[in-house]
Ligand binder design. Structure first.
Ligand code: SF4
Length: 375
């Protein structure tokens, strides 16, 4: 298949692996930021094929995983409101909240619907004007543009029965916090970063990344999601490290332009403003997310339903779950004692086991740890 087969070609992979091995002279720790990259790395066995000097750690780039419990709790309460239909992406249904997940809410009579696009919620609001339609919109810079367009369309249509519970987050502030915190805590530095290609298709790589590379002295290589893409990104990163460079480089040029997608960025800019927001597992990050601009407050679910905010009805996290460490690259999912035992996709203890981009789900599916060899 054009554009897939050649990016999974064993000979091409072997050639890149040989070139990486030839460049590496000492240990390096490289973090891939995106959960989609983590899945590809684990699925295609790259952890076992790379030279032993290269240590890959998995980053926080799983949007479902970093959505705060308070947002999930508000979504659950919205779903149980008799006059509200909650729309969201399929990944969100099984994410454990403080008092259950959205599937539980549906089982208790809540009207919870899965959408493929935020525009589905707009269409539902048009078709069923007697109900309020709430869109739970999560994700990084990649999904924020479609939420922005849905809000703008609702405004143009004069819809009064659509609200948005938005939890859109921004990657660069999380990386800055993570790199700085790991250094302060003596957790071991991260020598290089593979930036998430799809985020960069929207944001480009001229904005925050050069400052990040200079401030922390780490190469930042924009990287795709297929095994050949990942190996190209790793080769570029290793080459920089071995040469003592810390620059921003694009190893995903077939999809990413330096300036990103100006139309998508403009849509986000019109509807959202940068805000300090909480990330699950990382705390409140300055400039770490997006909030609706005052001109669109009428679509803000939190403003329309203020009574939904309140103390969570239960513990924020299962005490056995170590997702916060997994999301910061401090713990490999393979080292979590609950992986495949108490925590499975059918009965997840934490969000990284639920999402298709969660690191724990990747290990459970592609790299199961034999029960006898568990810590
Ligand atoms: S394997 Fe399960 S319990 Fe362990 S960190 Fe991942 S989500 Fe949490």
């Amino acid at each position: 298949m054009k554009y897939v087969a050649e990016l999974r070609d064993p000979a091409a992979m072997r050639g890149l692996l040989d070139r990486i091995a030839a460049r590496v002279t000492r240990p390096w720790t490289i973090m891939e930021i995106c959960g989609g990259q983590t899945h590809a790395i684990v699925e295609h066995g790259l952890l076992d094929l790379l030279p032993p000097e290269l240590h890959l750690v998995h980053g926080p780039g799983c949007p479902v995983c970093v959505t705060p419990v308070a947002v999930l709790e508000r979504a659950r309460r919205l779903a149980l409101h008799p006059a509200v239909t909650l729309h969201t992406f399929g990944d969100m249904l099984r994410v454990p909240g403080a008092a259950g997940d959205l599937l539980d809410a549906r089982a208790h009579g809540g009207d919870v619907r899965v959408v493929l696009s935020p525009l589905d919620a707009v269409r539902a609001a048009q078709a069923e004007p007697e109900r309020t339609h709430a869109l739970l919109a999560v994700g990084f810079e990649t999904t924020a543009p479609t939420t922005a367009l849905a809000v703008e369309l609702a405004a143009r249509l004069g819809l009064e029965n659509l609200v948005v519970l938005a939890s859109h987050v921004r990657v660069p502030p999380a990386l800055a916090q993570l790199l700085g915190r790991r250094r302060e805590d003596g957790a071991g530095g991260i020598d290089g970063l593979l930036a998430a290609g799809h985020v960069c298709t929207v944001e480009g790589f001229e904005g925050a990344y050069p400052e990040l590379a200079a401030r922390f002295g780490v190469p930042v290589v924009v990287t795709g999601f297929e095994p050949v893409d990942l190996l190209r990104g790793l080769l570029a990163c290793v080459a920089q490290l071995e040469e003592g460079r810390a620059e921003v480089e694009n190893a995903y040029a077939r999809a990413v332009r330096p300036e990103g997608n100006p139309h998508a960025r403009a849509a986000v800019e019109r509807v959202f403003e940068i805000a300090d927001v909480p990330w699950r597992g990382l705390g409140v990050l300055p400039a770490g997310g997006l909030a609706l601009r005052p001109a669109f407050t009428r679509f803000d679910a939190a403003a329309r339903f203020p009574d939904l905010a309140g103390p969570a009805e239960g513990p924020a996290e299962d005490p056995r779950c170590r997702a916060a460490e997994v999301l910061q690259g401090l713990l490999s999912p393979a080292a979590c004692p609950e992986l495949g035992r108490a925590c499975t996709p059918e009965h997840p203890l934490g969000a990284p086991m639920v999402s298709t981009e969660g690191a724990c789900a990747a290990y459970h599916r592609h790299r199961p740890v034999p029960l006898g060899r568990r810590p």
